[in-house]
Design a protein around this ligand. Structure first.
Ligand SMILES: [Zn+2]
Length: 667
């Protein structure tokens, strides 16, 4: 039985010492009542904040209790009042940001090559963003702090720990330089120093998890690094579950969560998505997110197989904002009605996208998400395919089709694994430099020779009856440089067409690229058995420019190799679908989400309103299940349906934002 929260609030409380009368308006009963009325089942509350202050009656460091706090029992009363209403209270503490430490123990801070403190947020002073070095006596300080929380809050009152801010930083302090030399990391290589940073972070997590598990074996443990990707795997045992911080109107955008959750759900841990109720980002006091945006973000978590968490910040007075809890309650009431079906369910998928993050994770940036992966996620979502994101060590045979987007590096091991997979019936679609070998030897999987990058910066593709069949049979531009290949064993499904020339030296034409010279170039799409290869980076191109012809070409290729599709509909590309199965309830569920993000301001994307869709036809693959009843949630209205063999068809009269269609039956 799944244990994670489906309706959590992450209640920030970073409170300056220059604010008076902290927590003077706090009332435990009112606090818990407000949360309960908003259908909240878990609230993460603060033991210590980034300013370095404590919010519980510390025995070990009473001098660090917030200097202006009027209620020294704040955390204890929050826990007590919430537990009486069956609301869990994981305890928040900060790890690498602490203004008190920065002030009083600057020798514990990480420093860069020039000896400057490392501020990963690029926020000018004043701030609390100087990163603490975990290879310092701070580790003892931190463990004494955890022990203090355990002693004061008491084991039986502790639900879990949310340990915030664990970042890899390129620390040049004497301790780290010595440690790197001791461990044989090359201190002159950035790559090696970052490997050391990962090592140090993982060592810290292991030590802290052992410390907590010894004392509070039942506690949840999560370390927040603002992104979850393949890098987490070596330390996964130190987590009880995963919380995917991803505030679309913060730095993450709307592409980060879907690109992360589809991978994270394959790691064998229960997961919670995390957004915020803020209009923009954490710390945005007195702002509310558009309701439609919050609905989409939370419902998309549930549809993706995760629980939901909404970030808020408690006013220094200790009183929750009624407006915030009216907003949160409106979303969580809906989730409470879906939860019985969605909890313990699995997302059914037909396609896996191999993540490029395994090879780019050392570089970081873009919160870990490669543009080609974002392009792939967008394309497959828009085409209503059901898919996961996996790494090369996961099981390929769970999928009918594996996609290798644009830059999946060649390795003998991966090639062999894919050859094995295709020999047992698996299909592959690969693009551009994926599995490219530098020498001119034949790529056995694709049946082509890879001859390097194309000479032309931009070239064209020519649609035909196989690829791009619904496009006009004339040239379409590829906005990024492709690969030059020759087919050895593969059939050529589509040709590229060359421009007159590159825009270079004396040659240029008009405002951008020169037009088609009508000269056929190297193959643009090839096929060998059930393996299709595109020589252009269509996923990067889609991320950059979203040309519809890339989507049409990919869709034709997928249809050539997949004989069944799990969810089909006649709605627009803005409709997101997700198919889940709940074995305990003998039910399959389809989530339908129709919310359109809009960039209506310089800084952020948001969703202001829902735009309903009417008379939506759906065809869902249910396999050998005999469907006896179809109903929709939230309305619980029965839906007429037809079952023909493995498919159920039905019509939705009106979809206003989100709907969960539950198909109950017998096997
Ligand atoms: Zn250091």
């Amino acid at each position: 039985m799944s244990n994670v929260s489906y309706r959590q609030v992450h209640l920030d409380f970073h409170t300056s010492e220059y604010i008076p009368d902290v927590a003077n308006g706090f009332d435990g009963e009112e606090f818990a009542e407000t949360l309960l009325a908003a259908y909240v089942d878990s609230v993460t509350c603060f033991a210590r904040c980034h300013h370095g202050w404590l919010y519980y009656p510390s025995k070990n460091r009473p001098d660090l209790i917030h200097p202006n706090i009027k209620n020294r029992e704040l955390l204890l009363e929050q826990i007590n009042a919430c537990h009486q209403k069956d609301i869990k209270v994981p305890i928040y503490t900060t790890v690498q940001w602490d203004a008190y430490i920065a002030r009083e123990f600057p020798e514990w801070l990480s420093i860069d090559e020039s000896g400057k403190y490392i501020n990963t947020q690029n926020v000018p002073e004043p701030h609390f963003y100087y990163t603490i070095c975990l290879n310092s006596d701070y580790r003892t300080y931190f463990k004494e702090h955890l022990q203090d929380i355990i002693d004061v809050v008491e084991i039986n009152n502790i639900d879990g720990f949310f340990l915030d801010i664990l970042f890899e930083v390129d620390c040049h302090c004497d301790r780290c330089i010595n440690k790197m030399q001791e461990l044989d990391f090359n201190v002159n290589s950035l790559n090696e120093r970052m490997k050391y940073a990962t090592y140090m972070l993982n060592e810290f997590k292991k030590e802290i998890s052992e410390f907590i598990k010894e004392r509070v074996p039942h506690a949840g443990i999560f370390y927040n690094s603002s992104h979850v990707g393949p890098k987490i795997k070596p330390s996964l045992n130190d987590y009880t579950h995963l919380e995917l911080e991803s505030l679309p109107s913060g730095g993450w955008g709307y592409d980060h969560f879907p690109s992360t959750v589809r991978y994270a759900r394959k790691l064998g841990k229960e997961i919670i998505g995390m957004t915020g109720k803020f209009h923009t980002y954490w710390g945005d006091f007195h702002s509310l997110k558009n309701k439609a945006a919050l609905e989409f973000e939370c419902f998309n978590m549930i549809a993706s197989g995760a629980g939901s968490s909404i970030g808020d910040q408690l006013h220094p007075s200790g009183k929750l904002s009624p407006g915030s809890y009216q907003l949160i309650g409106s979303v969580y009431e809906r989730i409470s009605k879906m939860e019985d079906y969605c909890r313990d369910s699995t997302c059914l998928t037909e396609i896996a996208v191999l993540t490029p993050e395994e090879q780019t994770m050392e570089k970081g940036g873009n919160l870990g998400v490669d543009p080609s992966l974002i392009g792939a996620v967008r394309l497959l979502q828009e085409l209503s395919y059901q898919f996961d994101i996996i790494d090369s060590n996961m099981v390929f045979e769970d999928y009918k089709l594996i996609i290798l987007p644009d830059h999946i590096q060649y390795s003998k091991e991966l090639e062999n694994k894919l050859l094995q997979y295709t020999s047992s019936g698996g299909k592959v679609i690969a693009t551009h430099k994926s599995l490219a070998k530098d020498n001119e030897s034949e790529n056995k999987l694709f049946g082509i020779n890879w001859l390097g990058e194309s000479y032309f910066d931009r070239e064209f593709v020519l649609p035909n009856e196989t690829i791009g069949k619904n496009l006009h049979p004339e040239e379409y531009v590829m906005y990024k440089k492709g690969s030059k290949v020759e087919a050895t064993k593969a059939d050529v499904l589509m040709h590229s067409v060359q421009p007159y020339f590159n825009r270079e030296g004396k040659t240029f034409c008009s405002h951008q690229h020169s037009p088609s010279s009508k000269q056929l170039g190297h193959p643009a799409v090839t096929m060998l058995d059930q393996v299709i290869y595109f020589s252009h980076p269509i996923f990067d191109i889609y991320r950059k420019n979203a040309p519809f012809w890339c989507k049409a070409m990919l869709n034709d290729a997928i249809k050539m190799v997949l004989d069944k599709k799990l969810v089909e509909h006649n709605g627009p590309a803005t409709l997101i679908t997700s198919l889940q199965v709940n074995e305990n309830r003998n039910a399959k569920m389809v989530h339908l989400l129709h919310y359109i993000t809009e960039k209506k301001s310089e800084d952020i994307y948001t969703i202001e309103e829902t735009i309903p869709l009417y008379h939506l036809d759906l065809k869902v693959h249910v396999g050998d299940m005999t469907v006896t009843q179809l109903k929709s949630i939230p309305t619980t209205k029965k839906i007429d349906f037809d079952q023909k063999g493995e498919y159920v068809t039905f019509q939705i009269d009106k979809l206003d934002g989100h709907m969960l269609v539950v198909m109950e039956g017998e096997n």
